[in-house]
Design a protein around this ligand. Structure first.
Ligand SMILES: Nc1nc2[nH]cc(C(=O)O)c2c(=O)[nH]1
Ligand code: SF4
Ligand SMILES: [Mg+2]
Length: 248
C-alpha cells in the first residue's frame, strides 16, 4: 500500500483495545531507514516496545529495561493496538520494524497488531534477541525476524542469552536472519561455532559501535574475515547517518 488513506482494519473489539507497553514510535513525523540487516536502507517505521528479558552491558536501549538508571513511568506508555495501527497507517512507508527491548515478551498482544499491519499492506520485521520462540501466528507471509543472539563479548552470559530451542524454532520458520554484533575476528570464530551448533543461517554480521568512528573501525577489522566465510555484512546506517540520535 502506498497511499496514506485510512484503512478499515477488521479487528475484534477485544483485540483493538489490547495495550502494548511502548518505549517510542518513530519514522512518521521524522522519516528514517531500517539501519540494520537485510532491509538496511529501506524506509521504515519503528515501534520500540519497552521491557527486556536480558541485561546486556553493551545494550544501547537501556531505557527499555534498566530501572536503576531510568524511570519506567517516564520511559514507557501503554498504547492500544488500534492506536498503533492508526499511527503506522498514517504513513505510506511499507516496512514496520518492531523492536525493543525484547518485543516478543508481548507477542500474544502483537498478533492483532501484526495482522492489522499486514492487512493494511505493510510488511513487518522484528528485531529480537532470539530467546523466545515466535508464535506461529507471527511467523506468516510478510513477516521476517532479525534474530540477534547476544554473545559473551556483548556483555551477556550465554547460559541465558543462547536458548537452543528458540533459535532452532527461528531457523525452522524460514523467516529469520541471524544478525550477530561483533567487534573482533575472535568474535567471528565464536559466531561460527554457534551457527554450526544450532544450524543458524543466513548469518549476518554487524559491527559494534554507536559512533561512525567505531562502526568504521570495526568494519575494517571484520570485513575480510566475514566475506571469507561467505556471510552477509550490514552496517548500522542510522549511526552513520544520524549519529545514533534517539528516534531515528
Ligand atoms: N534506523 C534504525 N534502524 C534500526 N534497526 C534496528 C534498530 C533497533 O534499535 O533495534 C534500529 C534503530 O534504532 N534505528
Ligand atoms: S537483548 Fe537487546 S534490548 Fe535486551 S538488554 Fe540485550 S541489547 Fe538490550
Ligand atoms: Mg538501536
Amino acid at each position: 500500500m502506498t497511499t496514506s488513506e485510512p484503512v478499515d482494519i477488521d479487528l475484534a473489539a477485544g483485540d483493538a483495545a489490547l495495550r502494548l507497553i511502548v518505549a517510542e514510535c518513530f519514522g512518521v513525523e521524522v522519516p528514517t531507514f531500517q539501519g540494520e540487516g537485510p532491509s538496511c536502507g529501506h524506509p521504515a517505521l519503528f515501534i520500540r516496545l519497552s521491557r527486556c528479558n536480558l541485561t546486556c552491558t553493551k545494550c544501547d536501549t537501556k531505557y527499555t529495561w534498566d530501572w536503576s538508571r531510568f524511570d519506567p513511568r517516564k520511559e514507557s506508555t501503554k498504547r492500544t493496538v488500534v492506536d498503533l495501527l492508526a499511527w503506522a497507517t498514517s504513513s505510506p512507508v511499507e516496512l514496520v520494524v518492531i523492536t525493543g527491548g525484547e518485543p516478543l515478551l508481548q507477542q500474544t498482544r502483537l498478533v492483532p497488531l501484526v495482522r492489522g499491519l499486514l492487512a493494511a499492506g505493510k510488511r513487518v520485521e522484528f528485531e529480537t534477541n532470539g530467546t523466545l520462540a515466535p508464535m506461529p501466528e507471527l511467523a506468516v507471509d510478510g513477516v521476517l525476524f532479525n534474530v540477534s543472539p547476544k554473545i559473551t563479548s556483548f556483555g551477556m552470559d550465554e547460559a541465558k542469552s543462547v536458548v537452543p530451542a528458540a533459535l532452532e524454532a527461528f531457523a525452522a520458520s524460514g523467516r529469520a536472519a541471524f544478525k550477530f554484533v561483533a567487534s573482533s575476528v575472535a568474535d567471528l570464530d565464536h559466531i561460527a561455532e554457534l551457527a554450526n551448533a544450532h544450524r543458524l543461517a543466513p548469518v549476518w554480521v554487524m559491527p559494534e559501535g554507536t559512533t561512525a568512528e567505531a562502526i568504521t573501525a570495526a568494519t575494517r577489522v571484520l570485513a575480510d574475515a566475514v566475506s571469507a566465510r561467505h556471510w552477509h555484512f550490514t552496517t548500522r546506517l542510522h549511526v552513520l547517518a544520524f549519529a545514533d540520535a534517539r528516534g531515528r
